[in-house]
Design a binder for this molecule. Structure first.
Ligand code: SR1
Ligand code: MG
Length: 406
């Protein structure tokens, strides 16, 4: 049996031995079963269960290339970042992330709480399911993890030490390429366009010089604005839900970046769900809940941000009159821009979302993509115009009306 003192990529049988050697969660003679359940782009995720006691856990292991393609060479350090960020987020936003039991820097894996009683949010949204707590939980998560790791709250040297701890060059490079460059240039020839929308995208995205100019500005803001410890990949595949619980997972893209990067990712991914629901004529009750959730996510974020500011801000100049509102407005402007960037990159770039790719009817998919892309352009080109949830939602609904659906 391997002693797990030298790194190798494990299979399911090796993972069952691993957890017995490295943790004392299961009895040494327990009959464990293990399945690889990962469907993400980067890592291997195993669920280990002891049917007799009912105990279970997750082992997540990082390889040195991305699971979806060897083209992406990645430092296995990302699993250390993920483990440490999950622990920190668990302190800042209790109950909203899984518990971490063990980080192993030799095998580059992390052992954590099994959330199999939850569903991935994207899957649940595509099934038209409603989660009443979603906006409230996600806004608590974002306000706590973002504001409390920023310079306005933290002692500045301690904050700079965190910037150093969470320098994450390879994963940031993926976002710099896939979010902030390739959807406008296709210079790596790997954009994956839905054929029926190819010409439209070439004309309205690649061909829009004003949009590309704004995207260029946003790229360098993403790379240089070390504002807060962001999750860095807060799409609906990074959230687990059940009726009475929300858990944010997968913070391997975490680094010090603009707060609006997280908020914009959440809004954009809710908008993918809305666009799918709209073109496929989903149940009205579900569509109304989604609309309320989009509005609440912006409005509750703003409300909780200002309340937390009052309670937690320590920097002397940050306490100047009206600085809180000015700062929040700049975060909301970044939120609008990132909402647009995420919507464009998931349609005009390499990495897709199932909300759109699984729309079976060609005409409906064409419409859903154009609704998102037109709204996205508006968010980027007019990013300083949106401060309320109602304003964010209106851009999306106006875009749907202009594309003449329903
Ligand atoms: C090569 S990784 C592609 C995408 O998957 C991750 O979840 C990030 O969103 C990344 O951009
Ligand atoms: Mg992920």
């Amino acid at each position: 049996m391997a002693d797990f003192n030298t790194y190798f990529l494990m299979n399911a049988d090796e993972v069952t031995s691993y957890v017995k050697v490295k943790t004392d969660i299961f009895d040494k003679d327990a009959e464990l079963s293990c399945t690889e359940i990962g469907d993400g782009n980067l890592n291997y995720v195993f669920r280990v269960i002891d049917e007799q006691s009912g105990k279970s856990l997750i082992v997540k292991q990082a390889g040195d290339t991305a699971r979806i393609s060897d083209e992406f060479k990645l430092s296995t350090n990302r699993i250390k970042i993920e483990s440490n960020v999950l622990k920190l987020e668990g302190e800042l936003a209790p109950g909203l992330v899984p518990d971490v039991y063990l980080f192993d820097g030799v095998m580059n894996c992390c052992v954590m709480e099994d959330l199999s009683d939850h569903t991935i949010l994207r899957t649940a949204l595509n099934e038209g399911r409603i989660f009443p707590r979603l906006a409230d939980d996600l806004t608590t998560f974002m306000v706590n993890t973002l504001l409390l790791t920023s310079d306005v709250v933290m002692e500045h040297k301690a904050k700079k030490a965190l910037v150093q701890d969470y320098i994450n060059p390879e994963l940031c490079e993926i976002s710099e390429d896939l979010v902030y460059s390739e959807p406008f240039t296709d210079h790596n020839n790997r954009n994956d366009l839905f054929p029926a929308n190819k010409e439209w995208i070439e004309e309205n995205i690649y061909g829009d010089a004003k949009l590309r100019f704004e995207a260029a500005k946003l790229k360098f803001a993403f790379m240089t604005n070390a504002q807060a410890l962001v999750h860095g990949d807060l799409h609906s595949g990074s959230v687990f839900v059940k009726e009475d619980s929300t858990k944010v997972i997968d913070p391997e893209f975490a680094f010090y970046g603009p707060m609006g990067y997280d908020v914009g990712n959440v809004i954009a991914n809710l908008m993918f769900a809305w666009s799918r629901a709209h073109v496929t004529h989903a149940d009205e009750k579900y569509v109304s809940w989604l609309e309320e959730t989009i509005k609440d996510t912006v409005n509750l974020f703003a409300e909780k941000f200002l309340a937390s500011w009052k309670e937690n801000v320590t920097d002397i100049m940050a306490k100047e009159q009206d600085f809180d509102r000015w700062y929040l407005d700049s975060v909301l402007q970044d939120t609008a821009s990132v909402t647009g960037m995420e919507m464009i990159r998931r349609i005009a770039g390499l990495a897709k979302v199932k909300d759109l790719t699984t729309i079976a009817d060609e005409e409906q998919r064409v419409m859903a993509e154009r609704i998102c892309l037109s709204a996205a352009k508006q968010f980027i080109l007019e990013s300083d115009s949106y401060k309320t949830g109602e304003q964010f939602l209106k851009v999306l609904k106006d875009s749907a009306s202009s594309h003449n659906m329903r």
